[in-house]
Design a protein. Structure first.
Length: 369
């Protein structure tokens, strides 16, 4: 469903200049966001940046200090949680310990007054969806963390909410189970067509699952974009650093040549080039950002743009690729990756080896913030 990309659809949720203060703390500071039907939307950021507070305001557990929240065009800022077409899955899962898995899932439906036969059918569907049918009669303490997580998800989905909020839903799982569950979550979300809004501090998790990510910083939204765009075109040093690995070169603009900017970079001891057609005055401070995988090795005697020579100080072997730390004469370190498939065919790089790297002006970005 790409309707949100076109921006033509009516947003499922509109957050309008929302601020939440606790005493002197601005937990959420003037946030505006539109989230479209069927999106898998992530609120991403470090601890304390306001993700959970924003999510709790969407659910109705907190009231904004100022601003409005609209669901399907209707102002719900003052509407009680249970009257919003929204369900929330909590960090702690909050399962009832004395109830079986099936009863936990049925609980909300029962409260809603759904007739027995319909309820049983819905519970069965939900258990099949998250693959916990064999555990239907167990109590939560007889389940693994991953199984409990799936029960909580089934319970949150059982009422068929139009919008589901998830606060660090995979936080309790180990890496392997996390990765598996990430795909399951996306799968379930796509099958049910529910709008998911998830809070996470894990950039990989956000990248894997999301249609779009709102990267937060000190209560504000730094950048909102699909994962690929956030990775390829971060708007600031903060965004570049938070998503993936990046090399930052601080410098000063010398001049513009066509759509390229020339940068005097003292820490690299070189003039660097970046493709950017925005108008930039000479003397302006600018930062060049380049991802480790965009850097390539030059063969002896070969020349290239953004050419730097240094000594390999560290090598991390990760199986498919290796990460190298190159030390430049001034002491600055540059990270680059090499495919090990390629490295097998060539001479493998070794510690203390002197090599020359290069990257294209259109394979890096210019950051002014
Ligand atoms: P984490 O990833 O650690 O859960 P977060 O990004 O979800 O962090 P919030 O929990 O939204 O961040 O907190 C944002 C800021 O608001 C923090 O500085 C926090 O201490 C403060 N805060 C949150 N809730 C309250 C509260 N009820 N009373 C006072 N301050 C609060």
């Amino acid at each position: 469903d790409a309707s949100w990309q076109a921006g033509s659809a009516e947003p499922a949720i509109r957050i309008e200049n929302v601020t939440k203060t606790f005493g002197k703390t601005y937990a959420v500071d003037d946030v505006s966001l539109d989230i479209y039907p069927g999106e898998f939307f992530s609120l991403l950021g470090p601890s304390g940046c306001g993700k959970t507070t924003l999510l709790r305001m969407l659910a109705g557990f907190e009231t904004p200090s100022s601003g409005r929240i609209l669901i399907d065009g209707k102002d719900v800022t003052q509407v009680a949680p249970y009257e919003r077409p929204i369900n929330m899955m909590f960090q702690s899962y909050a399962l009832f310990p004395h109830m079986t898995v099936a009863d936990n899932i049925a609980f909300g439906l029962k409260q809603e007054g759904m007739p027995r036969s319909e309820r049983d059918k819905r519970v069965q569907e939900m258990m099949e969806l998250v693959q916990i049918v064999p555990f239907a009669e167990r109590k939560p303490h007889q389940l693994s963390g991953g199984q409990r997580q799936r029960v909580a998800l089934a319970r949150a989905l059982a009422k068929h909410p139009r919008i589901l909020l998830l606060d660090e839903p995979l936080g309790a799982l180990d890496k392997k189970l996390r990765e598996k569950t990430q795909f399951e979550l996306v799968n379930i979300q796509e099958r049910l067509g529910i709008t998911f809004i998830i809070v996470t501090h894990d950039q990989e998790e956000a990248m894997t699952m999301s249609s779009r990510i709102a990267l937060m910083r000190d209560g504000r939204v730094e950048q909102v974009d699909p994962p690929r765009r956030l990775y390829e075109f971060p708007i600031s040093r903060y965004a570049a650093n938070f998503i993936g690995s990046v090399n930052l070169f601080e410098g000063v603009v010398i001049e513009q040549q066509g759509d390229e900017v020339l940068l005097q970079c003292d820490e690299a001891g070189a003039v660097l080039r970046v493709r950017d057609s925005r108008k930039m005055a000479s003397g302006m401070p600018l930062c060049l950002a380049v991802r480790p995988e965009k850097i390539r090795l030059l063969a002896p005697g070969e020349e290239g743009p953004n050419q730097l020579t240094g000594v390999i100080r560290e090598i991390a072997y990760l199986g498919d690729v290796s990460i190298y730390h190159l030390e430049l004469p001034g002491g600055k370190r540059v990270q680059f990756t090499q495919s090990n498939v390629q490295a097998l065919a060539e001479q493998p790089l070794t510690w203390d080896q002197t090599v020359t790297i290069s990257w294209r002006p259109d394979s890096c970005g210019a950051l002014s913030e």
